[in-house]
Design a protein around this ligand. Structure first.
Ligand code: EPZ
Length: 405
């Protein structure tokens, strides 16, 4: 498995919290990671990417401005806010735009950083933040859709160097947040409770550099488990962790697909037609929204009717129309999709609207009769290092017609 994209992005930002160099191992070679490295360079850090190892020399980092042309391409850029306020006491970050999966509010980021003593004004599309002094505080990050992963990350990173104790209530529990907290601890931060809804941070005066290995990507692993469920087979994923995928494993069992933990791997055996199962996406440990589109592709060829409800991103359904062009029977009812399983999908030219929908369409094409051409692979390349190669290793007949630039 590759390293987790959603863990390495905030961890790269966290390297700015020290004056010493850090080495990040097992970083996936995807375009979002390259973009985050460019943002760090824009801020004055020296960044060396050598395959899956990234070395950051933050000592030259004096910049505080994350420019629109970079931030507008990746919402996760917002996670430089916490480190910049903690180290430079100032940050200018372009307001993140929305994207096809729905509006992307930042009220919880703002609330959390203001609780620590930061303030901001909007100037020409940029949030211009000041934080002469960050002081520990009690921060509640529960929003209309649960907690926020990147807002929890921003508060964690700012609190690591704030004066005093910070308590984050209703913190995000995702494994990627735990990985960031573990990396900060390895840099000398004093953090307890990561992985639970209440995290305590005792601010320290400085953090040292670190050599840190990123966790494996649970969404990549989940995507491959669903791929095996769609076409049948016996697949072992080295490095995949059951404790990161319990909700998916539970739903695949309901759909008649067995997944078992073997030492250091997950093994999936799909030997019979899959059954419909209802899915509701929730913050971790609930069913991950980042596997909703892939699960919809599986449900579209499973026996029976399933209902997929989005409690995290109620608009995250751009893949419905493309799957229906392949012969699926899916209708949208507000924040839910009703999927009537069909015996098979038929290949068609389709266009990927976003990262996880692109993976879902590749899986659907793999299971469909005749050929499917998926365009819009720039979305796929944001978060998957080599999904087509992995699927080919598993026996899929898949190839790129235009090489990645
Ligand atoms: C992270 O985004 C992931 N990205 C997303 O993965 C993932 O879908 C999401 O968490 C949920 O698990 C990265 O980690 C880089 P949120 P994030 O803040 O942190 C609302 C992928 O495909 N909200 O946890 O931006 C928000 O609208 C990407 O790899 C507020 O209301 O997501 C959403 O409904 C897509 N106010 C919910 O919370 C805020 O201030 C969860 O969002 C922030 C968020």
């Amino acid at each position: 498995m590759s390293g987790a994209k959603n863990a390495v992005l905030p961890i790269l930002a966290a390297t700015l919290l020290s004056d010493e160099p850090s080495v990040i191992e097992n970083a996936p070679q995807v375009s979002d990671v390259a973009l985050m490295c460019d943002i760090l360079r824009e801020l004055g850090a020296k960044v060396i990417q050598a395959g899956e190892e990234i070395t950051v020399h933050p000592d030259g980092c004096r910049g505080t401005r994350a420019p629109y042309e970079l931030v507008s391409r990746m919402r996760a850029s917002i996670c430089v806010l916490g480190p910049l306020l903690a180290k430079q006491h100032r940050a200018e970050v372009s307001m993140p735009g929305g994207c096809v999966i729905g509006p992307r509010p930042i009220d919880l980021h703002v609330k959390g950083l203001q609780c620590l003593g930061a303030s901001y004004a909007i100037e020409h599309g940029y949030m211009v933040w000041q934080a002469p002094r960050l002081a520990g505080a009690r921060v509640h990050l529960g929003g209309a859709y649960g907690s926020s992963v990147l807002a929890t990350d921003n508060v964690l990173m700012a609190a690591a160097l704030a004066e005093g104790i910070t308590t984050i209530e209703h913190a995000a529990c995702e494994p990627e947040v735990v990985d960031l907290a573990d990396c900060l601890s390895a840099m000398g931060a004093r953090i307890t409770g990561q992985g639970t809804p209440v995290i305590h941070v005792e601010g320290v005066r400085q953090l040292h550099g670190v050599r840190y290995r990123i966790i494996s990507d649970r969404i990549e692993a989940g995507t491959l488990l669903i791929a095996a469920a769609m076409v049948g087979g016996d697949v072992t994923l080295e490095g995949a962790r059951a404790d990161h995928l319990e909700a998916l494993i539970d739903k695949l069992a309901e759909a008649s697909v067995r997944v078992e933990q073997t030492p250091g791997a997950l093994r999936v055996r799909a030997t019979q037609p899959t059954q419909a199962a209802d899915i509701t996406t929730l913050p971790f440990p609930g069913f991950p929204t980042d596997l909703q589109a892939q699960m919809m592709a599986l449900m579209s060829i499973s026996r029976g009717v399933s209902v997929l409800t989005e409690k995290v991103y109620p608009e995250r359904f751009m893949h419905i129309s493309e799957l229906n062009r392949m012969g699926a029977h899916i209708t949208r009812e507000g924040a839910s999709a009703i999927v009537k399983g069909v015996s098979h999908l038929s290949g068609a030219p389709v266009t990927a609207p976003d990262l996880r929908a692109s993976a879902a369409l590749v899986l659907a094409g793999m299971a469909a009769e005749s050929q499917t051409e998926v365009s819009g692979l720039e979305h796929l390349d944001r978060g998957y290092q080599h999904l087509d190669h992995q699927l080919r290793l598993l026996g899929a007949r898949i190839h790129r017609t235009h090489r990645k630039e």
